[in-house]
Design a protein around this ligand. Sequence first.
Ligand SMILES: [Zn+2]
Ligand SMILES: [Zn+2]
Length: 200
Amino acid sequence: MTLIHLFDGTTDARYGKALIPAFAEHAKYRHIQCTPSPGGIDMLTYEIVKAAEKESWNAARRQADILQFVPGVLNRVGTEFLGAYTFTLTEKDLYAGDLNWGFGCVLPDGNNGKHLILSTHRFKDLAALTHTAIHEMGHMFGAARPGRRNTEHNLGSHCTNLCVMQQKVTVPEMEKYVALLASRNDKFCLDCQTDLKNYC
Ligand SMILES: [Zn+2]
Ligand SMILES: [Zn+2]
């Protein structure tokens, strides 16, 4: 069983609820439990995200710095999350290093833990948010394994098949691709499904 600790800092429950189909997609390949439940109200984790947003806020850019944000969440709740899987959801726009902005990413903690952060800021369409959550969780669980056939290295290892693990860097490009995958029951290609099944 894989436990994911959710830190939902959004004020609109629709964002948390949009994660439910993303967890369901991954539940095809591993037994996942998410706590607290997505789309519910959990004031403690909400306040943790709000405090980390403030600390990582770059007023000149009007964006939060991912590299300060994620440790800000984890350090507030102690080291019990080292080696764990966490998922932080924020309404703030994100950037990291040289990147102008990003939907989100997964940061490893050096202790086999993985820490996903995802921003709702650039999405008007909840289906695109769900798609990106599936994609980022794919990074968390080994999809598009580096060096595998039909992958490319472009801000991380990505799939070149018709697959949720394809890299999309603009919102229109992403929304178009979400529509293309809409009729598919499985959002991961067979290569990525194998990666997910073999990840441990
Ligand atoms: Zn990616
Ligand atoms: Zn794939």
